[in-house]
Design a protein around this ligand. Structure first.
Ligand code: ZN
Length: 250
């Protein structure tokens, strides 16, 4: 079992040896044996043609669109495709550590479920963590990532564990060399009440905006296969660190 994390490192190193920052893989937690058998629900945000205005519950007594179309780079690279690619690599890496995974949608060619249905599927899995992957469409001059969590919290999972998960992923992204957002949140973290997936979560949940698709520097990383592999490796490290924190010692 001790070889599993090493294989993860090699896998990512093989994808992008030149592009990987030192922090992206070398600081990966090595005690992954304890996380085998844990469960993570992965949501690749949005979907193809997913600007769906059907109203669904937002988790705080109001309603919201079923889904939005998501962002895109100025070159037209769509957020849903970026999210799908990164989630696939996170899934592969977690599975190699023996972590069970479930995805919120089955392909990148259809719209996928509404946001409230994704939250219900996540809760039905009874996972150790729920991670939604997105890329923002912010002001072109702003760059960097931010990790969203539910605030004010609506249950015990949202009040403590979700914050721990948010910090673990924020720390892993910083360790990999990523810039915390220059235009939203604080130190790469953003507590908010308007994201249905987080409001409904009964298990530790975050929504990660990995960067700003409208910023040229961030967009270049997102449009690059090596760049996407780096994002996936960093988020995987954060998830793994959080799961290790939950695992029994030894
Ligand atoms: Zn999004």
């Amino acid at each position: 079992m001790g070889e599993l994390p090493r294989r993860n490192v090699l896998k990512f190193a093989g994808v992008a040896p030149a592009a990987l920052g030192l922090g992206a893989t070398l600081e990966a937690p090595l005690a992954a044996a304890g996380i085998a058998g844990m469960a993570v629900f992965l949501d690749a945000g949005h979907g193809n043609n997913s600007a769906l205005s059907q109203q669904v519950p937002n988790g705080r007594g109001g309603t919201k669109d079923c889904n939005t179309s998501g962002a895109a780079t100025n070159d037209g690279y769509p957020e849903h495709t970026f999210n799908w690619a990164v989630v696939g690599m996170i899934q592969d890496a977690l599975n190699q550590s023996g972590v069970r995974t479930q995805l919120s949608r089955g392909d990148d060619s259809s719209a996928g479920p509404c946001i409230d249905a994704r939250a219900a599927a996540a809760n039905a899995m009874h996972p150790d963590a729920i991670v939604s992957i997105h890329a923002d469409g912010g002001p072109p001059s702003g760059r960097g990532f931010h990790v969203n969590y539910s605030s004010p919290p609506l249950n015990d999972a949202q009040s403590g564990p979700a914050l721990q998960l948010a910090h673990a992923i924020r720390d892993a992204l910083v360790a990999a060399g990523y810039q915390p957002s220059t235009y939203v949140g604080s130190d790469g973290l953003y507590g908010r009440a308007d994201l249905a997936g987080l409001n409904f979560a009964e298990y530790p949940a975050v929504l990660v905006e990995l960067g700003n698709m409208r910023n040229a520097d961030d967009a270049a990383q997102m449009e690059s296969p090596d760049g996407r592999a780096r994002y996936a490796a960093a988020v995987t490290n954060g998830i793994t660190a959080f799961l290790n924190g939950k695992a029994p010692a030894g």
